[in-house]
Design a protein around this ligand. Structure first.
Ligand SMILES: *[C@@H]1O[C@H](CO)[C@@H](O)[C@H](O)[C@H]1NC(C)=O
Length: 182
């Protein structure tokens, strides 16, 4: 019994000695004047250096769109957006922003529009999809004013199939609505 206690005490003493040696070694490596602020300051300089040298190339921020997808209901605009967004160099706004076609959103300004965009790197293209831009007469001049090089991507679909698809969806919605009220 006594013997195991002595062994335990000796082990503890040994461990404490090792820790003290490690502390002494580390503090001798860091130098006598080491203080935590110095270490932090050095780290800050490193960070600034990196941000000047490397970060601009991979900087992520919200950017105004380079291209707009326009079209009509059931025309396949969502499918096109989803397919394009699979490309690593393309970032797509996830919802229809209705910036150019609605006066309430347009009056919120370009900065607001930018905030609706996803984060992207400088090498990536940003795209936004609002089918309603297609049928809005005020949209073209507003888009031109923002960026006269804006790419417009329009998706068309066989008009008969599109109409059937639209009719099916609308009538199903109506059915659901009327069922609710019965
Ligand atoms: C939206 O603004 C435009 C230009 O200022 C104006 O011509 C148009 O009538 C407005 N539309 C609505 C619905 O207020």
């Amino acid at each position: 019994m006594e013997f195991t206690r002595v062994k335990l005490a000796l082990t503890c003493l040994g461990l404490i000695t090792i820790v003290i040696i490690q502390i002494l070694y580390i503090s001798s490596k860091l130098g006598v004047n080491c203080d935590i602020k110095d270490v932090f300051f050095k780290y800050e300089i490193d960070k600034n250096f990196k941000s000047n040298e490397i970060l601009p190339a991979i900087e992520r921020r919200r950017r105004l769109p380079d291209a707009l997808i326009i079209g009509v209901r059931k025309g396949g605009t969502r499918a096109l957006l989803d397919a394009m967004a699979l490309h690593p160099q393309i970032k797509a706004a996830r919802r229809e922003v209705h910036f150019f076609d609605q006066n309430e959103t347009y009056s919120l300004g370009i900065e607001w529009y930018r905030q609706q965009m996803p984060f992207s790197h400088s090498g990536q293209l940003t795209i936004e999809k609002t089918p309603a831009y297609f049928a809005s007469s005020i949209t073209p001049s507003r888009v031109y004013q923002l960026n006269k090089n804006m790419k417009i991507i329009i998706i068309l679909r066989d008009p008969v199939i599109r109409t059937i698809s639209d009719f099916t969806q609308v009538s199903l919605k109506l059915k659901k609505l009327t069922n609710k009220f019965i």
